[in-house]
Design a protein around this ligand. Structure first.
Ligand code: ATP
Length: 235
C-alpha cells in the first residue's frame, strides 16, 4: 500500500436516491501505479470511478488527489487536476473524424501531442480522417483512451476497456496500456477479464456490496485461488 498515494479514496459512501450503493470504499493509487478494482456485477465499481471523477458527489467520505481534496469539485475541475475517466460506453463523437476527436481532448501545454498518441495507436493514425462512427469497437476504445491522453492525465481511469472485443484486439490494447503506464501515467482499471488484469496490475482491490473486502499485490492474487473463487466466482 503506497505511503504517499497520488489518489486516496477514504471511506466514501454514495447513494442513488435511497439506494446506498457505496458503503465506505477506501483505496489508494500511487503515482505511476496500475491498480485494478475487481468485483461482481453491481458491486459498485463504476460508481466508485464516477465518485472519484466528480460525476457523482459522495454522500460521505473524502477523495484526495495529491495534496488536494476533490470531494466537492465538479467533473471539469477534477479533469483539470489530471484525472480522466474513460467510460464503458460513449466516449467517441461519431460525426467527427478521429483526429478531430483527439484534438477535442487536447489541453493547453499537454505533453501528449497527436504524434505521441499515433505512435501508441497506429490504427488511429491510419484512420485519422475517418469518422468516429466508422471505427470498429476496438478502435473506438483506442480513440477514447487516446483522447483522454491528450488531456494530460496523471491518473487514467478505465471502465471495462476490453469488454466485448476480439482476443487479438484485447492483446493490442493490453500492450498499449503497458506503454501508457510506462510513460508514468497512473491507471485505475475496472475490467472483468482477469487475465488482462493480472497481465497489467501492480495491485488489486476487490469490492463487494459497496465496500473493499480484499486487497492484494498481483503476485499474491495470482497465487490465491480461494480469493478468486470466493469473491469473483473463478479460480
Ligand atoms: P457492472 O459491472 O454491472 O457495471 P458495477 O460494479 O460497476 O457493476 P455499479 O454500476 O457501480 O456496479 O452499480 C452498483 C449498484 O448501483 C448496482 O446495484 C446498480 O444496480 C446500482 N445503480 C447503478 N447505476 C444506477 C443508477 N443510475 N440509478 C440507480 N441505481 C444504480
Amino acid at each position: 500500500r503506497p505511503r504517499h498515494p497520488l489518489l486516496a479514496v477514504d471511506a466514501v459512501h454514495a447513494h442513488y436516491g435511497k439506494s446506498h450503493v457505496l458503503q465506505g470504499v477506501s483505496l489508494q493509487v500511487a503515482d505511476g501505479e496500475l491498480v485494478t478494482l475487481l468485483g461482481r456485477n453491481g458491486a459498485g465499481k463504476t460508481t466508485t470511478l464516477k465518485t472519484i471523477a466528480g460525476v457523482m458527489p459522495p454522500s460521505q467520505g473524502r477523495v484526495r488527489f495529491g495534496d488536494e481534496e476533490l470531494s466537492r469539485l465538479a467533473t471539469h475541475q477534477v479533469a483539470k487536476r489530471g484525472i480522466c475517466l474513460v467510460p464503458e460506453h460513449r466516449g467517441v463523437f461519431k460525426l467527427l473524424t478521429v483526429e478531430e476527436n483527439l484534438l477535442l481532448g487536447q489541453r493547453k501545454n499537454s505533453p501528449w501531442q497527436l504524434a505521441d498518441v499515433y505512435r501508441i495507436f497506429p490504427r488511429l493514425k491510419e484512420r485519422r480522417n475517418n469518422g468516429g462512427g466508422q471505427l470498429s469497437g476496438g478502435e473506438q476504445k483506442m480513440l477514447a483512451i487516446g483522447r483522454a491522453l491528450m488531456n494530460a492525465p496523471r491518473l487514467l481511469m478505465l471502465d471495462e476497456p476490453v469488454e466485448g472485443l476480439a482476443p487479438v484486439i484485447v492483446e493490442e490494447i493490453v500492450a498499449q496500456l503497458k506503454v501508457i503506464r510506462a510513460a508514468g501515467v497512473a491507471i485505475l482499471l475496472v475490467e472483468q477479464n482477469l487475465e488482462v488484469c493480472t497481465q497489467l496490475a501492480d495491485r488489486h482491490y476487490i469490492i463487494e456490496q459497496g465496500a473493499i473486502v480484499h486487497e492484494a499485490t498481483n503476485a499474491a492474487f495470482l497465487a490465491d485461488d480461494e480469493v478468486k473463487d470466493r469473491y469473483l466466482g473463478v479460480g
